[in-house]
Design a protein around this ligand. Sequence first.
Ligand code: UDX
Length: 427
Amino acid sequence: MKISVIGSGYVGSVTAACFAEAGHEIICVDIDLKKTEQINAGIPPIYEEGLGELLQKYAGKRLIATTDYEFAVNETDISFICVGTPSAEDGSIDLSIVRAAAASIGAALAKKEGYHVVVVKSTVVPETTEKFVLPVLEEASGKTAGKNFGVAMNPEFLREGKAVQDFMHPDKIVVGAIDRRSGDLVSELYRTFECEITRTSPATAEMIKYVNNSLLATKISFANEIGNICKKLGIDTYEVMEAVGKDFRISPKFLNSGAGFGGSCFPKDVKALIGKAKAIGYSPVLLESVIAVNERQPLLMTEILQRKIGNPAGKKIAVLGLAFKNETDDIRESRAIPVIAELLRLGARVSAYDPMATENMKRIFPTIEYLDKASDALKDADACLVMTEWDEFRNLDSEFQNMKGKIVIDGRRIIKAKNVDYEGLCW
Ligand code: UDX
């Protein structure tokens, strides 16, 4: 089939490349000419394992990129909206980019003959597809949804670093459509995928995405809450969770306590669901607690630090790990950010190291010291805070011996070194 993919960011570029791999013909649309040129040259706009290879394979063949909406909509059967949905000031979802994309698709639909389906893949709060995107499409096209064109919602569940693998081998595919014709066409795209397709309404599909992420975030905040209690009782929370996770109704995944969750999805999506709940007159106390635990968790690290060394003003504190998780250079909502901000507020000197994310963090904290090796960041430091679960930190041992303080506060239960003054965040 012929698909246009609107937006060449993280979700859009992975969706385009993976649908090409599944045998479809793809036209990527982006308002950024540079991005389209990059894609046409086979260069991925973001780093994601396996994405470069797929673009190399298909760019200029069954995958092309353009800034021309009219051409893309006219040449294809389906358009996927894969643009960003950032948080507004109050945490609720900002739909201005989705609106602009829908208006441009609508304007192109006005000139197109024949049926076309518009699919929202961007993460949007329940009711957005039917009550927000659909009317924009109708207004801009002068046509009627369900008659002249179809509308559907098809959420993604991709993990950063594993997005291509997750797209090609999904646990679930959810297609929420306004009518059978739209749903059938979207489902047809996934015919070769070995995965059952769940057919729902658009609002249910939107909700499934938010509940998925909110439940995973809840598991982590729950594990962190239990970890904090266990630590006070002298009980090892990892031993507790290992046994608890053996219950097949619970699963052992996402019960690792530590500095909390970051990334582009969990914090944003939980906050957007909170915003939506409040907008319809419900006070979501559990979801608000999930965020509250996550915001408190990194600051427990600096509390431990102060208990151990007193006032950190003027002291050198090494921060190991800046990315929001391992195997990525993404620092969005990284738990290292509130920790570094607090260290600076307290007047500490920060020496930071991350194998991939240094350049990104420089934009947020341009004045702290960045080192190319963990051992250099640790040299002469009074204490060290471990923020990201990078594998290479597991083997650190002698590197700690060059510290002045040899105090290691571990936010990810990853340090095994023996001859240091070690304290885990919640164990
Ligand atoms: C997540 C979802 O997994 C994915 O399905 C969704 O589409 C987007 O959001 P991602 O943001 O890439 O993916 O990261 P993920 O691997 O899920 O980790 C999120 C955060 O939780 C990281 O900061 C990680 O360090 C933290 N985490 C994870 C924990 O603190 N404890 C755990 O047990 C697991």
